[in-house]
Design a protein around this ligand. Structure first.
Ligand code: FE2
Length: 139
């Protein structure tokens, strides 16, 4: 039988998979920047990362709201910051100042990795606690 608890499990698993894809896309961009030869490939990797990140954040924020996550506002500040930095990188790259992209991409990778290890982990623990409370109440 499907329950709220089952939904939360599969949603949490989907978010974990999204984090893996997110990190893979950042690493792909780092690789393109390190190669530094193909400006179109860098632009494409940057666009893919930005689009995916925005979609992932929408999905994660919806899950937080559905689960009445008490640190929602604090968590979303990190998301907003990440999207601003990615937008800034895209603009710099489009203006031909790609050196700014290579100078910042490592800090973007570190920021996203830190976000996943702290904020996203805290949210996963929140989901786990909620699941345990629901199991206690209904079973
Ligand atoms: Fe997040």
């Amino acid at each position: 039988m499907t329950s709220i608890s089952d939904f939360d499990d599969s949603a949490a698993h989907a978010v974990d998979m999204e984090h893996k894809i997110e990190l893979d896309l950042v690493e792909a961009l780092c690789l393109e920047v390190r190669n530094g030869k193909d400006q179109r490939a860098i632009a494409s990797a940057l666009q893919q990362l930005s689009d995916y990140t925005e979609t992932h954040f929408i999905s994660e924020e919806l899950l937080m709201r559905l689960n009445m996550y008490d640190s929602y506002a604090e968590h979303v500040k990190d998301h907003v910051h990440t999207l601003e930095v990615l937008r800034e990188l895209s603009i710099n790259h489009a203006l031909g100042t790609s050196s700014l992209v290579s100078g910042k991409i490592v800090s973007v990778l570190e920021f996203i990795t830190h976000h996943i290890a702290t904020h996203d982990r805290r949210f996963s623990e929140h989901l786990l606690r909620q699941k345990m409370e629901l199991n206690y109440l209904y079973f």
